[in-house]
Design a protein around this ligand. Structure first.
Ligand SMILES: [Zn+2]
Length: 90
């Protein structure tokens, strides 16, 4: 993931890369990607979504407004209510 972001010219830091599920009373810690520059956020979301979308079902639509993935049957983004355009994984 970090490699993909740096290829896109986005400096970022990965925390908790080897984190796994909690045991007993330990909290569950998930890996986190921190973008160094706020201006890169939108671009970084796009890069991450392209990476993640390969594992999404065919026809999944990515919102061009917020970058969220939506099922093929959705006409608007469930998160920001922006109308969805083309399918991302056809
Ligand atoms: Zn959206």
């Amino acid at each position: 993931m970090i490699d993909r972001l740096s290829e896109a010219g986005i400096p970022s830091v990965l925390f908790h890369q080897n984190a796994s599920g909690g045991l007993g009373d330990l909290p569950v810690i998930y890996p986190e990607v921190w973008i160094k520059r706020d201006m890169d956020l939108e671009k970084a979301i796009g890069v991450i979504n392209r990476f993640v979308s390969r594992r999404l079902p065919p026809g999944t639509r990515l919102c061009r407004q917020c970058g969220e993935s939506n099922p093929a049957t959705f006409e608007i983004c469930w998160q920001c209510l922006t109308p969805l355009a083309v399918s991302a994984t056809d």
